[in-house]
Design a protein around this ligand. Structure first.
Ligand SMILES: Nc1nc2c(ncn2[C@@H]2O[C@H](COP(=O)(O)OP(=O)(O)O)[C@@H](O)[C@H]2O)c(=O)[nH]1
Ligand SMILES: [Mg+2]
Length: 302
């Protein structure tokens, strides 16, 4: 690359929107591609709520991934926002990575999204994920279906968890991206703040450790984030917001045991991310029906 000629003929760079049904494995795939955990994941659908940006650096290319919430039929205001976030990412992208759960298809969401992707101009790579969970003969039938019913550029079977065919998929993406200068500095991983990721890690623990409506009725804000002892300790105070008073007891648990587990688990993840010791203090509050309240949604970052 020359700094005067500005010729980037040999360098590829662009935005890739990762879209798919809830639970297809989009966030797991992003973390796998980056080799770092920046997007939270869980067994439950609709874990991701925001647009999560991650930058991959390769010889000859910079690929900017946008992880999105799953596309599904939204009912309340929060969910309408979530689906809008996902659909907006498609319009910003140079290339679409359409992730499907080959082991547990979600025909309604997949059909809706496939129709939509067929109607736009950007090239689409179909990643048939979770092939570690299916038989080879079933996989062939799925490939057959997706290659005959639609016209997508590439169909590639992968496993985000096991790392199968990730390199092949990345090479295919690189080849399909436009030539041009990188968008981000060469050490950039994400545009998200450590504060935001810390709040997400707490939310991930809540998804893992509570059931029913609780994860969906929860938002997390980080109220203070202070470096101490020359950066060797970070003090974080965060609030878990719930929709109803009756949910408080569930999150806190018997003698505070549940909240304690959430605190310990998320602290460990945040310590790993920041590579420092973390002192984490959690508070629990109710903000009545926040999922329908536009002001509360804004306050919580949605
Ligand atoms: N067996 C298997 N599970 C996977 C794979 N990719 C993701 N998962 C699991 O699928 C669930 C949903 O993953 P997540 O990344 O949160 O999905 P998202 O909603 O599309 O972002 C999690 O429990 C993941 O561990 C895979 O390749 N194989
Ligand atoms: Mg996700």
């Amino acid at each position: 690359m020359s700094s005067t000629g500005n010729t980037y003929d040999d360098f590829k760079s662009g935005y890739v929107a990762i879209v798919g049904a809830p639970n297809a494995g989009k966030s797991t795939l992003l973390n796998r591609l980056l080799g770092e955990k920046i997007s939270i994941t869980s067994k439950k659908p609709q874990t991701t709520r925001n647009r999560i940006l991650g930058v991959m650096h390769r010889p000859g290319a910079q690929i900017v991934f946008i992880d999105t919430p799953g596309i599904f039929k939204a009912r309340d205001t929060l969910n309408l926002r979530i689906v809008d976030t996902a659909l907006a990412a498609i319009d910003e992208a140079d290339l679409i990575l359409f992730v499907l759960d080959a082991a547990h298809p979600d025909p309604t969401s997949e059909y809706f999204l496939a129709q939509r992707l067929q109607k736009q101009e950007r090239p689409v790579i179909v990643a048939l994920n979770k092939i570690d969970q299916i038989e080879k003969t079933d996989l062939l039938a799925i490939i057959q279906k997706w290659s005959t019913e639609y016209y997508f550029e590439v169909i590639i079977p992968i496993s985000a968890v096991e790392g199968t065919q990730i390199e092949q998929m990345t090479t295919a993406m690189q080849n399909m991206l436009p030539s041009g200068p990188p968008y981000f500095p060469e050490d950039a991983l994400t545009d998200l703040s450590e504060r935001f990721i810390a709040a997400e890690m707490i939310r991930e623990s809540i998804f893992r450790l509570t059931g029913e409506e609780i994860p969906y009725a929860t938002a997390v804000t980080v109220d203070t984030f202070k470096e101490e002892k020359k950066g060797r300790l970070v003090k974080i105070e965060a609030t878990i917001h719930l929709e109803r008073g009756s949910q408080k007891g569930i999150i806190i648990g018997k003698d505070g045991s549940k909240l304690k587990r959430i605190g310990i688990e998320s602290r460990k993840k945040i310590e790993h991310m920041l590579d420092t010791r973390v002192f984490l203090k959690l508070f629990v509050r109710t903000q009545k029906n926040w999922r329908k309240d536009t002001r509360a949604l804004r306050k919580f970052g949605y």
